[in-house]
Design a protein around this ligand. Sequence first.
Ligand code: ZN
Length: 282
Amino acid sequence: MEKLIITTALTGNVPTREHTPHVPLTPKEIAEDVKRCAAAGASVFHVHARDAKGKPTLDLAIFKETARRIKDLAPEVIIQLSTGARAGKDWDARANPVRLLPEMASFTTGSNNLPGIIYENSPDFIRFLAEVFRDTGVKPEIEVFETGMINNALHLVKKGLLTPPLHFDFVIGAPGAMPGTVRNLVFLADSLPPEATWTVAGIGKAEIPLAAAAIAMGGHVRAGIEDNLNLPDGTRATNVQLVERVAAIAGMIGRDLASPEEARRILSLDPDRKDRILAQID
Ligand code: ZN
């Protein structure tokens, strides 16, 4: 089996200090958490931006400062910026994190309900964002909340907008979308073309059980406060504790962790593009 890539989703758009004291919100807090989680075995970091009040934002200055601080504290990790919609609906604003030329960025290829919102990604917007990925050469992580989003991504390959091998992240267990069961995870993984790679992001209580399933299946794992606030015993978790838990399960069943360099090879990332973001943020 390939080594295990642990992605940390540190912040997201939803958790506040009222939800958990452990969520990193400022660029400095996020970068310090990246360093700790990298030491615990994570190699990819899914990054959102928050404004001075802690609200989700697509302000590029904050993305730039966060990336700058991550590169200072953990220069080898893979940075994956979010293009999610809770921080704003403007097409260009959502695409701008991709234009900073991180190694990866998230790309949701469909719409669904999430708590309190319609997570809206229209066919026209999906095509627009796919063109930005094509033009920048940034590797998308296809965020799959429902099975049809896989087909939508494969359609973009047919249209020449995305280049295989694709990397998918199954975000399951969120209220309003596909339930976070092992049966659904197996079905989704079986629905991919053979050359694709995948990660699971179980939401809430599904995070750690689905991590265990993915480790056994040969997939990869996303963990972190964006997706889940708690350890399995119900106590509030730090990002590092969630990474440590996933790493411990992998260790117990004999699956080694991928370094950032190994993760680049597994995800077919061009190592020469590792630091393209530096010219955009300095
Ligand atoms: Zn996110």
